[in-house]
Design a protein around this ligand. Structure first.
Ligand code: NAD
Length: 496
């Protein structure tokens, strides 16, 4: 195996190796030879090329993974988990390299990229701890009769991931799936394929046998081939709701276990008793972090009654933010156009753009939108209802808490919601009523820390359970119930 290098250690433009497929411990091109340019969004320049695979490449990876499954499933869980202990150490050793890599292909600031890698390491830690917490249940259910549950691997499983967290999101899947005894085919976003390459290199160094983890790069064709492949037993997907729904239906038709996480439109509710300094800083961090390209980002601020003092502080802090050093770039030119389109549309319909990020540029000639606050947005505007996926906060004014909750609940998505208040009673009233899988009280990005699983509700997730935590382990395994009887029984009944 030749080891690709990941050379960047600053924001300076750096060409990277091509992102080839990783199948059975070898770097290979797509069978068709097709590739697509990969851009560094901060610079708007081509930094690499990615293999664009089709059904033949997916099939080649599945065959290798099937062969590897025969031995990997026999490896004791402790030894499978040991790979992730070592991976954690290797990721900590290479933390800066990983963070610069994520920053270069995604456009995040270095600090954001580093935090995302650290969150990935937290998921690796969870996988490494599985032998301690995944003991099955057993009970003597009658005289001499014992029932126990064994969690069996499924076989070859697959993951399809989005552009916004190139290293962290694959690590929502790999630890539980691999420690659970499966072998894996990953299809990373074609916009950010390099982070997965580095994970392959580190997993190999951590002692993972060839063929247990494979990468098939590409776009729609590769995803459709994964959805249709009869020998893939389960797929986890993270990306937009449109594709989550399509793939969920496609994979279910061939009988696979499916868990597809989709998009979001997160509402933050601010009431007059909210702590001004905490709320303003937290809201701004939530809607501008990762340039708003997070499924947990604040999108709509529901201003209950008179909270102008909080809004003034949000506006002031938003205006002070520097593009480049404090806010990263947008993934590509069409995304800049989409985000600006929502701002233009809201303005045309009568909303007020009080902080305007349109046309702002960062430290390099890439793709940028500055922090944007739109006030007096009404609930019939697309800026209030659709996922913008950029650093844009739409403020909707409401007379009371129930009106705020009604707007949140009318939205089809259900990823995150948050209430800013100093009243425990108000916090409880809201957390009990909002339609969201992850709810924050004075926390604008309420990502549950492991072992609490990550996952939304409604149009933000198709399938049962969370993607991380113990739910992830349950998703990637199937329970076998074993009933034994070690007592001579002379009478007979229907269960004998
Ligand atoms: P996307 O849906 O465009 O792409 C995700 C993956 O699907 C990529 O690997 C891509 O190659 C593939 N794909 C794209 N179009 C496809 C099609 N028509 N058929 C089959 N496969 C297709 O998403 P994205 O733009 O990469 O990521 C941003 C989206 O992901 C946002 O909507 C965001 O909210 C969501 N997201 C959700 C979560 C969550 O936990 N719910 C986390 C991160 C991102």
């Amino acid at each position: 195996m030749s080891i690709p290098s990941f050379p960047a250690r600053s924001y300076a433009f750096t060409p990277y190796v091509p992102a080839r497929n990783w199948i059975g411990g070898e770097w290979v091109d797509a069978a068709s030879g097709a590739t697509l340019p990969v851009e560094n969004p901060r610079h708007g320049k081509v930094m690499s090329h990615v293999a664009m695979s089709g059904a033949a490449d997916v099939d080649a990876a599945v065959k290798v993974a099937q062969a590897a499954f025969k031995t990997w499933k026999q490896v004791p869980i402790k030894e499978r988990a040991d790979v992730f202990y070592r991976l954690k150490q290797l990721m900590e050793r290479d933390l800066d390299e990983l963070a610069w890599l994520a920053s270069h292909e995604n456009g995040k600031t270095f600090a954001e990229a580093k935090a995302s890698v650290q969150k990935g390491i937290e998921c690796v830690e969870f996988g490494a701890s599985l032998p301690n917490i995944a003991a099955g249940e057993q009970l003597d259910v009658s005289r001499g009769v014992n029932c126990r549950i064994e969690h069996e691997p499924l076989g070859v499983v697959a993951g399809v991931t989005p552009f916004n967290f190139p290293i962290m999101v694959p690590l929502w899947m790999l630890p539980q799936a691999l420690v659970g005894g499966n072998t894996f085919v990953l299809k990373p976003s074609e916009q950010v394929p390099l982070g997965a390459l580095k994970l392959a290199v580190l997993l190999k160094e951590a002692g993972l046998p060839d063929g247990v983890f494979n990468i098939v790069n590409g776009g729609v064709d590769a995803v459709n081939a994964i959805g249709d492949h009869p020998d893939i037993k389960a797929i986890a997907f993270v990306g937009s709701t449109k594709v989550a729904k399509l793939l969920y239906a496609r994979g279910s038709q061939t009988g696979k276990a499916m868990l597809c996480l989709g998009g979001a439109k997160n509402h933050l509710i601010v009431v007059p008793d909210a702590d001004v300094a905490l709320t303003a800083a937290n809201v701004v961090a939530s809607y501008t972090g990762c340039a708003g390209q997070r499924c947990m980002a604040a999108s709509v601020l529901l201003a209950v009654g008179d909270v102008h003092h909080v809004i003034d502080a949000i506006v002031e802090q938003s205006k002070a933010l520097q593009l480049g050093s404090e806010i990263g770039s947008i993934i590509n030119a069409p995304s800049v156009e989409r985000i600006n389109g929502y701002i233009n549309d809201a303005e045309r319909r009568g909303a007020r753009v009080v902080v305007d990020g349109r046309g702002r540029t960062g430290d390099e000639a890439g793709y940028w939108v500055g922090p944007t606050v739109i006030d007096d947005v009404s609930t019939d505007m697309p800026a209030a209802t659709q996922e913008i996926f950029g650093p844009v906060l739409s403020i909707v004014h409401v007379p009371n808490l129930d009106a705020a909750i009604a707007i949140e609940n009318a939205n089809a998505y259900g990823n995150a919601a948050c209430i800013y208040t100093t009243s425990g009673a108000v916090a409880r009233y809201v957390t009990e009523r909002v339609e969201a899988g992850m709810v924050g009280v004075n926390v604008g990005v309420p990502v549950p820390r492991e072992p609490f699983g990550f996952g939304g509700w409604n149009d933000s997730k198709f399938g049962a359970g969370n993607i991380t935590g113990m739910d992830g382990y349950r998703f990637w395994t199937r329970p076998r119930k074993v009933t034994t009887k070690w007592q001579i029984q002379t009478d007979t009944n229907w269960m004998s």
